[in-house]
Design a protein around this ligand. Structure first.
Ligand code: ATP
Length: 358
């Protein structure tokens, strides 16, 4: 293992009774990178994070953080980690100031109250009770507490859910700044554009297994075709060269043309040459490169292909379709998703902090 490796996961499996939540997952995270662990609902992201954070034992395979087993090495690891859960479970009657002051006691050399609140833009809310904070402000407080101990490795589990656009922007800027200073980040999020903006590498899970792993460019190149769209008069659309493989649909009294391609440059050149030869203007021509959303939307199709005789990739999935892992759920849940409701998980931050030995 290279000295630059912060996290190493090899063939990890985690079972909940008869349910295999994580099934043969392997990846590593290098020092100073932002690694986005993405996936559909119920894909196994939180379970994987639980193992890395030392809250859950692996059923099989291995996971190390800074070369240590996250469970047996938890006391040594805790001062080096910052953990922002989906919901930390605050004491509602404490003020923001009291909360930060209480948590500071768990660290050897914590950031000051002023610095912490300044970092996350909560200076003006110091004397507000936690119960009166908005959802986005609670997430900011969560982030501040995760940064309190100057962590080397920060786990962010859906950090910006509930934040307004300004809060999201500021929080992502803050994380980027800390990464430039050497912080390593493992991020899970349902806001795919957030991963596109922040992540050096992405891993995409679906039904317990890892389906994509690499830099954003690698993942998009593998499965995120670019899209060329243009509106044309219907009679012109009928004349499009067949080798452009365009999809044509009626829209606004004309035709909406879409070309999906892994080689947008060449398709665009041919389309423009065809337009010029026939004197057809294309004022609303658009080229959009493939996105993570396209990659996500392809995942269930891959499973369907794999289930067909002789089709698709081998070894996908750890079980049949479940109601909670549909991509539609994932996409709709990007707006205003609130946490697990798992009381065990919600009290873990306090447990984690008390184990720092401070
Ligand atoms: N405590 C538990 N007991 C039994 N099954 C569980 C438990 N926690 C999670 N699971 C199951 O394990 C699978 C993976 O869940 P996990 O929470 O890790 O997924 P996730 O990718 O984080 O999902 P989401 O994006 O919805 O938060 C799901 O099928 C889930 O129902």
């Amino acid at each position: 293992m290279s000295t630059d490796t912060v996290i190493q996961v090899d063939d990890l499996r985690v079972d909940y009774g008869a349910t295999t939540a994580v099934d043969g997952v392997s990846f590593s995270v290098r020092r100073g990178e932002v690694f986005a662990l993405l996936g559909t609902n119920g894909a196994g992201k939180t379970t994987t994070l639980d193992v890395l954070e030392g809250y859950r034992e692996a059923t099989a395979g291995s996971a190390t953080v800074f070369g240590l087993d996250p469970v047996s090495g938890r006391d040594r690891l805790a001062p080096r980690l910052g953990i922002m859960l989906q919901d930390a479970g605050f004491f509602e009657t404490l003020t923001v100031r009291q909360t930060v002051t209480a948590w500071r006691r768990f660290y050897h050399r914590p950031r000051s109250l002023e610095e912490t609140l300044g970092l996350v833009g909560l200076g003006h809310r110091a004397d507000t009770r936690v119960a009166s904070l908005s959802g986005g402000e609670r997430r900011r407080l969560d982030l501040g507490l995760a940064l309190l101990g100057h962590p080397e490795l920060l786990f962010l589990d859906e950090p910006t859910t509930g934040m307004d656009p300004e809060g999201r922007h500021q929080s992502l800027e803050l994380v980027s700044q800390l990464v430039r200073e050497g912080l390593t980040v493992v991020l899970t999020t349902h806001y795919l554009e957030e991963a596109e903006q922040l992540a050096d590498r992405v891993a995409i899970m679906h039904r317990g297994t890892l389906r994509r792993l690499g830099t954003l460019e690698q993942v998009l190149a593998e499965s995120g075709d670019s899209r060329i769209t243009v509106g044309l008069p219907t009679e012109a659309a009928a004349l499009l060269p067949t080798d452009l493989h365009a999809t044509v649909a009626p829209r606004h009294g004309g035709s909406h043309v879409e070309i999906r391609t892994g080689d947008p440059e060449s398709a665009l050149r041919r389309l423009l040459a065809w337009g010029e030869a026939h004197g057809i203007p294309m004022p609303d021509l658009e080229v959009r490169r493939g996105s993570l959303e396209d990659v996500f939307l392809a995942l269930p199709d891959e499973d369907d292909a794999a289930r067909m005789p002789g089709g698709g990739r081998a070894g996908h999935g750890s079980g049949g379709a479940r109601p909670d892992d549909r991509v539609g759920d994932t996409l709709s849940s990007r707006r205003g998703r609130r946490p697990s409701g798992d009381p065990e998980r919600d009290v873990r931050v306090a447990a984690s902090l008390t184990s720092t030995g401070a």
